[in-house]
Design a protein around this ligand. Structure first.
Ligand SMILES: Nc1ncnc2c1ncn2[C@@H]1O[C@H](COP(=O)(O)OP(=O)(O)O)[C@@H](O)[C@H]1O
Ligand SMILES: [Mg+2]
Length: 190
């Protein structure tokens, strides 16, 4: 079982968007994929409801129960688990990072947002977990901004995921319909 934690202290950075897209991609690739939603706002769980039971399965878990929840999904045969986390929640982020094989840190490629990933960077470093920053929702034409963002992330001692997600309406439209961009618009850039 491979466990990914999606962590970023900033709200609106794209945690839930990334979580559902990664988990849906794993399911589409034939893996038994599960999303564990530890955010009290339960956005990923709502997406699962809108999806009407199609894979990946979404379950909710309070952060303090995460280890137990992971044990349960492992016994049920989960192969890829994606943990979605709330913003501004040190304890929840810490539990998710502790449980993860890999941490993904989505952030918008803007100075204020990049500044805010410092706390997450520290958390990941103390835990000694492999991690990638995923630059999300930058302008598709903002090449200069992306290059600057990559440099800033490097200065924080973090690796940047080679794949960046641009600002595409298809991400928002698809998730609002309980789907992912690759399902609603298979040929689209998102
Ligand atoms: N790459 C993107 N392109 C367009 N809209 C996006 C993108 N990533 C996120 N969004 C939108 O931004 C908002 C916040 O994203 P969300 O994934 O809920 O962030 P978080 O879970 O970190 O709070 C949502 O309305 C989502 O649809
Ligand atoms: Mg969210």
């Amino acid at each position: 079982m491979t466990t990914l934690a999606i962590v970023s202290q900033k709200g609106g950075s794209g945690k839930t968007t990334l979580a559902v897209h990664v988990a849906a991609a794993a399911a589409a690739a034939g893996k038994v994929a599960v999303i564990i939603d530890t955010d009290p706002q339960a956005t990923a769980a709502a997406w699962g409801d809108w999806r009407g039971g199609a894979e990946p399965e979404v379950i909710t878990s309070p952060p303090t129960r995460l280890a137990k929840t992971l044990e349960g999904v492992r016994e049920l045969g989960a192969e890829v688990v994606v943990i979605d986390t709330p913003p501004h929640a040190d304890a929840a982020a810490r539990e998710a990072v502790k449980a993860a094989d890999l941490v993904l840190i989505p952030t918008r490629p803007r100075a204020f947002d990049l500044h805010a990933i410092q706390a997450t960077a520290d958390l990941v470093r103390y835990a000694g977990k492999p991690a990638f920053v995923v630059l999300n929702a930058g302008s598709a034409r903002g090449v200069q901004l992306l290059a600057e963002a990559r440099e800033l992330v490097g200065e924080l001692g973090l690796a940047v995921c080679p794949v960046a997600l641009s600002d595409r309406a298809a991400f928002a439209h698809a998730t609002a319909a309980g789907k992912v961009a690759g399902e609603t618009d298979p040929q689209g850039k998102a």
